[in-house]
Design a protein around this ligand. Structure first.
Ligand SMILES: C[S@@+](CC[C@H](N)C(=O)[O-])C[C@H]1O[C@@H](n2cnc3c(N)ncnc32)[C@H](O)[C@@H]1O
Length: 302
């Protein structure tokens, strides 16, 4: 089945209150600036990315749908793999356009998937994404291996041939982060780093440059596929400066936005499902009010 569930112009108008026709051209400079100012939109990311200015975003931190047949309430996660790759090219190209020349991407995906539902079989997802990214023009800056702080919850029971080497099913349930950049990895303009000379921050920095991140598993089921807050927080600490603009085209429950609020980064993102968007709205409001009560002089999100 191909990708059928794009936001229609009617749905778009209902959810944003903006006239779809010529809406991008009609936006003033001020409106465009405001558009990326700590907002999550309940629309398809391909539509939502359009008004973002070229070369304006510092980093994209995201976890796209994996096409493994998850029952998202407004998204077909069982596409033919070719259609899925076309969708990946579409959104990754738009992200590339909006990234600054030294902008980065940190994308969380599984190493491999088994597309049983679409009949495409086993796929080395990491390799497929890397090919698409290279084609678009992204530079490659590494792969971070992710390990939950508790034994993996995935039960391996489909072992193929039991106690026999005839056809063992050798499967890696782990995930990673692919790191890339637009034109250059080195940032010419420096900002305020999360790290300082304290021993605690030095240790944390050393841990994060070693590409094996341990993270606390998220046990709350906020949506069908929310990731741990640890993942975007670690990425923000090692890859961004204070006040940087962070994009997540697949916000889900708003984890990336919460990490941005906690670490004083700006965010913009999209979520196609109304139910998940509601969760993200509640979570970001809660994170913000916690921030405002704990830090009296916090001007940034006011
Ligand atoms: C892997 S989940 C991301 C979860 C998120 N990191 C979190 O912590 O909640 C992918 C999300 O992308 C959303 N999604 C799928 N296609 C989309 C699209 N075209 N535009 C916007 N959101 C989309 C799904 O509804 C789902 O919530």
């Amino acid at each position: 089945m191909s990708r059928t569930n794009k936001t229609s112009p009617e749905l778009f108008e209902k959810r944003t209150g903006i006239k779809y026709q010529n809406w991008i051209q009609a936006m003033s400079v001020e409106e465009r600036r405001n558009y990326v100012n700590n907002k999550i939109y309940n629309i398809d990311c391909i539509e939502g990315l359009k008004p973002i200015e070229d070369n304006s975003v510092d980093i994209c931190i995201t976890s796209p749908p994996y096409n493994v047949g998850i029952q998202y309430d407004e998204w077909n996660d069982s596409m033919k793999f070719d259609d899925y790759l076309t969708f990946a090219k579409d959104w990754l190209s738009e992200v590339y356009r909006v990234l600054k020349p030294d902008g980065r991407i940190a994308m969380n995906i599984p190493y491999e998937i088994n597309s049983k539902h679409s009949g495409d079989g086993r796929i080395f997802l990491c390799g497929e994404y890397q090919k698409v990214m290279k084609e678009i023009g992204y530079g490659f800056a590494g792969v971070i291996d992710l390990t939950e702080d508790q034994p993996h919850r995935v039960k391996l029971t489909a072992w193929g041939s039991w106690l026999s080497p005839s056809a063992p099913y050798i499967y890696n349930p782990k995930e990673c982060i692919i790191l890339g950049y637009k034109n250059e990895w080195v940032k010419e303009i420096k900002g305020e780093s999360y790290f300082d000379e304290s021993q605690e921050k030095k240790d944390e920095f050393r841990e994060l440059v070693f590409a094996q991140w341990k993270y606390q598993a998220e046990t709350r089921k906020l949506t069908e596929a929310n990731f741990s807050l640890d993942i975007p927080e670690k990425a923000l600490k090692i890859l961004t400066y204070k006040n940087d603009l962070v994009l997540d085209p697949f916000m889900g429950s708003g984890t990336t936005a919460v990490a941005c609020i906690n670490l004083d980064r700006r965010y913009v993102g999209f979520e196609i499902s109304k139910n998940y968007w509601d969760v993200s709205d509640k979570r970001t409001k809660k994170a913000l009010s916690k921030k405002l009560t704990t830090e009296k002089s916090y001007e940034f999100f006011k």
